[in-house]
Design a protein around this ligand. Structure first.
Ligand SMILES: CC(C)(COP(=O)(O)OP(=O)(O)OC[C@H]1O[C@@H](n2cnc3c(N)ncnc32)[C@H](O)[C@@H]1OP(=O)(O)O)[C@@H](O)C(=O)NCCC(=O)NCCS
Length: 188
């Protein structure tokens, strides 16, 4: 199987919406995502246009997708925030942070380590923007995601907290600073 990883484009907002709504119907959605299918499905088109535009350009966010032929099979988003800004839980950040959010692999493609390529593109993009680490929050009971993150170099920071979806742990991957490129990748 050959797939490629790239950043979304602004005009792809309907596909950004479709993949998000698919993810929110996943069996593990309740321990994976902070929002739910009903509220997301009710959002107006402008919400998705703005989300795609932010994810496609600029330094504050980037959404990467894995594409097999014309199919989008997985996604990872990086959100970069300055100290003092609210994080995705609405809490003010004491330090600047680059967070990985919205991690999803279509069930038919799970179990093959494909998520690693998306997390690598996310790490490279973040690194190119001068970040020293990628951080993420994962539900304590999401053992599969935790294992995938650990395989990709994320380690537990020791911080645990309760969010809207329950007990979460924080993980961090330190980024090396060596070179930069577009982030587009082809994998087989
Ligand atoms: C999280 C997700 C992206 C990972 O992708 P994936 O293709 O399933 O991951 P992989 O199969 O490559 O790796 C999963 C790891 O978990 C392990 N694993 C699988 N099921 C497990 C379980 N029930 N308990 C513990 N570990 C488990 C696998 O052995 C593998 O670890 P290894 O490489 O050390 O052997 C995908 O499962 C997904 O989209 N889940 C639903 C959404 C989600 O939870 N997103 C994350 C939100 S933080």
């Amino acid at each position: 199987m050959t797939f490629s990883v790239r950043r979304v484009r602004t005009d792809e907002w309907p596909r950004v919406r479709a993949l998000r709504l698919e993810a929110l119907q996943d069996a593990d959605a309740a321990i994976a995502f902070l929002d739910n299918h009903a509220s997301s499905a009710a959002r107006p088109d402008d919400f998705w246009r703005e989300r795609a535009e932010n994810a496609a350009s600029g330094d504050a966010a980037a959404q990467f997708i894995a594409e097999e032929g014309d199919d989008w099979i997985a996604t990872v988003t990086v959100l970069r925030r300055a100290a003092g800004e609210a994080d995705h839980h609405g809490l003010p950040l004491p330090h600047a942070r680059a967070d990985v959010v919205g991690v999803y692999m279509r069930p038919s493609h799970r179990g093959r380590g494909l998520i690693d390529a998306l997390l690598t593109s996310a790490a490279e993009w973040s690194q190119e923007h001068g970040d020293h680490a990628l951080t993420l929050d994962v539900h304590a009971d999401n053992a599969r995601a935790r294992a995938a993150y650990a395989r990709c170099g994320f380690v537990l920071t020791g911080r645990r907290f309760t969010s809207a979806i329950g007990d979460e742990v924080e993980m961090r991957r330190v980024l090396r600073h060596a070179g930069s490129d577009s982030g587009d990748r082809v994998h087989s």
